[in-house]
Ligand binder design. Structure first.
Ligand SMILES: [Zn+2]
Length: 570
């Protein structure tokens, strides 16, 4: 490709609204343009990178016996009603009606459609099956942001496994786990597998693959020894043992005290870890009290996972006052009954605690959790903080930020039971198929690569995913002899199968260098009149930043060698 003919609209400045490096650089370097919030057009450079990612994904899926399908992106409502997700998913699903007023959805995932196809599986002899596709998905994100990291239209490789029993599912799940590790290793992405919540998918097992970046929205909890890693939504930590003094229950005035901090600083109050924090929620319209230690934060997903509630929202002050008789700031559970009360195990067995008295401006001290609170259910609900002890080894945990590039689920019979997907077992009985579901975001992976491989000057692709492997920067393309030499190198590289971009634009050298570094092409060879006169050219490796002069007759051989080193072993 000649740069003069290529559509690579590089920009001098960062887009104003872009914070994440991938968003900033992919826009500036001419890889993408925003069409509307969370929806992007991919330009030719991005299409090339994405195609290389897709090739690696396909190869690893085929290696574990995957068969490629292509399912529609538009779905009839009936399928989603059958699984119960038409109601369950809510506003994140794009919905529309056709001219006959039939309800339709734009697919955000394809469990329903794949399961409907699995109805044609009849016998255990046809199992196991692994079916996959690379298809556009839609999700009406409330806050699309960070360019390709959080979009409303995106491409996923999604696959689905169909097995006769749980042992089969375990094998399919493990095979995907390994395939994903291979995919991310081959892409050059360091993706950490972490235990995760199953969320909307349902099911029993769930592992996310997270790439570390400050632009990510996922918090993960990791033990530096490598024996524990979990998403914040599923993470646990060992609790320090606490020795409490016994205490007498006593109500005391706390004028102006509204928060945990206020009470910690109040004379006669208590430090945060000696307080019971009382939160009020509606879980599918049921009012509940959620109790945590004062210094602990609630993870709402843990509340959802524990209760199975579909809709979770905090109660507002009027609703609280009506039920508990006080404003937020003086709430507690002492003597409260008639409402479901859930508590985090960090409160178990605690005595001499302090909490709100359900009377504005009053608290209780000397609270004995077992004696004074009617707790209905104990469940881990709290957010883990850096420095807490690992459940496996006791070492201090780290909390890292990252983006999810892959997610694998053990669905079990969640969808097959709803659709009646059964096969005849060896014994002649009808067995419900056991399923798994597995996803990788293609543009997410592309953005994660951009987050991982960049510097101040721009993108720095690894050879195996780069849109072009070599750029020839021609200084003075108007000089016939120089252009002749550059054309010859270009022709020879093409003949050797190298993906090469010939920068024949009528631009200053500074612009050409800056553009090639912004776009992130791994190798650059600069051909100019002075070099041509002494039969040399400058070779620049974008990845290492190293420059060297090479003689013109050795240049092509060296470039081919470097390209082959950087490519994937075949
Ligand atoms: Zn550990």
């Amino acid at each position: 490709m000649r740069w003069s003919q290529a559509h690579i609209p590089t920009l001098r400045d960062d887009p104003a609204d872009a914070e994440a490096a991938s968003h900033r650089l992919l826009t500036r370097a001419g890889y993408m343009r925003q069409l509307m919030a969370g929806v992007y057009s991919l330009l030719p450079l991005a299409v090339k990178v994405r195609a290389k990612i897709a090739t690696i994904v396909r190869e690893e899926m085929d290696a574990i016996g995957g068969q490629e399908f292509l399912l529609p992106a538009i779905h009839p409502a009936e399928l989603w009603q059958k699984s119960g997700r038409w109601e369950l998913v809510g506003e994140e699903m794009f919905r529309l009606q056709d001219r006959r007023q039939s309800d339709l959805a734009l697919g955000m995932t394809h469990e329903e459609v794949f399961t409907s196809l699995a109805l044609e599986l009849a016998s255990y002899r046809q199992l196991p099956q692994i079916w996959y596709q690379i298809q556009t998905k839609f999700r009406d994100e409330p806050r699309p942001k960070s360019g390709l990291l959080r979009t409303r239209e995106f491409t996923m490789k999604d696959s689905y496994s169909f097995d006769i029993d749980a042992a089969g599912l375990d094998r399919a799940f493990d095979a995907h786990h390994e395939a994903y590790a291979n995919i991310f290793r081959r892409l050059g992405l360091e993706a950490i597998p972490v235990a995760a919540s199953s969320g909307l998918m349902g099911g029993t097992g769930s592992v996310e693959f997270i790439v570390r970046t400050d632009a990510g929205e996922d918090l993960i909890v990791v033990c530096p020894t490598g024996d524990y890693a979990a998403n914040m939504e599923a993470a646990a930590a060992r609790l320090d043992e606490v020795l409490d003094e016994p205490g007498e229950l006593e109500k005391f005035p706390t004028p102006g005290v509204k928060t945990i901090d206020d009470l910690a600083n109040f004379k006669g109050g208590a430090p945060a870890d000696r307080q019971v924090k009382s939160l009020t929620y509606f879980l599918d319209a049921e009012f509940v009290l959620v109790l945590l230690r004062g210094d602990h934060a609630l993870v709402e997903q843990k509340l959802a996972d524990h209760t199975g509630a579909l809709e979770i929202r905090q109660a507002n002050p009027d609703e609280i006052k009506e039920r508990l008789g006080a404003e937020p700031g003086s709430l507690g559970a002492v003597g409260v009954s008639g409402f479901r009360i859930l508590a985090d195990p960090a409160l178990k067995g605690r005595t001499n605690m302090t909490t709100g008295a359900n009377e504005d401006g009053f608290h209780f001290r000397g609270v004995d959790v077992d004696r004074d609170l009617n707790i209905n259910e104990w469940s881990d609900l709290r957010a883990i903080e850096a420095g807490e002890a690992c459940v496996e080894c006791g070492n201090p945990l780290e909390v890292l930020r990252g983006i999810e590039v892959g997610h694998i689920f053990k669905l079990g019979e969640r969808y097959s039971a709803a659709f009646g997907a059964e096969v005849l077992a060896e014994e002649g009985t009808a067995n419900t198929i056991v399923m798994g579901s597995y996803g990788i975001g293609l543009e997410r992976s592309l953005a994660a690569l951009a987050e991982t491989y960049h510097d101040e000057a721009g993108l720095k692709w690894p050879m195996k995913v780069a849109p072009f492997e070599v750029v020839i920067s021609v200084i003075r393309p108007d000089d016939a002899e120089t252009m002749g030499v550059a054309d010859e190198i270009y022709r020879q590289l093409l003949a050797a199968g190298v993906e090469v971009l010939l920068d024949d634009r009528d631009e200053r050298p500074g612009v050409k260098f800056a553009d090639s570094e912004l776009v992130g092409i791994p190798l650059r060879i600069t051909v100019g009149p002075r070099g041509v006169a002494d039969k040399s050219a400058e070779l620049f490796d974008r990845r290492s930043g190293e420059k060297q002069d090479v003689s013109l007759d050795k240049a092509v051989g060296l470039l081919v060698e470097l390209v082959e080193q950087g490519r994937e072993p075949v």
